[in-house]
Design a protein around this ligand. Sequence first.
Ligand SMILES: [Zn+2]
Length: 188
Amino acid sequence: MEMETPFQTANMSSVLVLNVTYEPLSVVSMRRAVVLLLKEKAEILEATEREIRAANISLPAPLVIRLVYYVRVPHRVLVPFSRKTVMMRDKHTCQYCGAQPARAELTLDHVLPKVRGGLNTWENVVCACKACNNRKGSRTPEEANMPLRCVPQRPKYLAVVVLTSQGAHDAWVKYIPEMGDDLVGISI
Ligand SMILES: [Zn+2]
């Protein structure tokens, strides 16, 4: 299967593709999904009421399809590192105190401060409220006695694919266990 670029902007006609194992794989256009269905490479798991016509047949407009064959998941699909993707990974929650202030009140904090050689990486940057960021200053979490709530890591690729899409459909949620309800439909 040809994967479309994972970071395309999805819309309401985007379709979630699952592996034969039901593992979420990708998000493709409606057109691509229909081709997979017509070639009998995939089956429909969820669809809308709407019918679409293709190649002299009509079929329900798919929302979720499942491949009938196994696709090896590429190992090196990298989620772009940015303020927005870090905020999404941390669910717009301060990683020190757990607060969820208004988005404008959230900052990015370097766990090992930049002035002390801390890098701009998934492992060293977390979401922090302004108060915690100021309090921590140029100290490490240990020095400031401000333990992190989670170990910061590169996020899983699919969660970001879905979150990046403008039209993540409710029907997708049950197939994506790590995706909480509160994250559905957030666009970046
Ligand atoms: Zn805080």
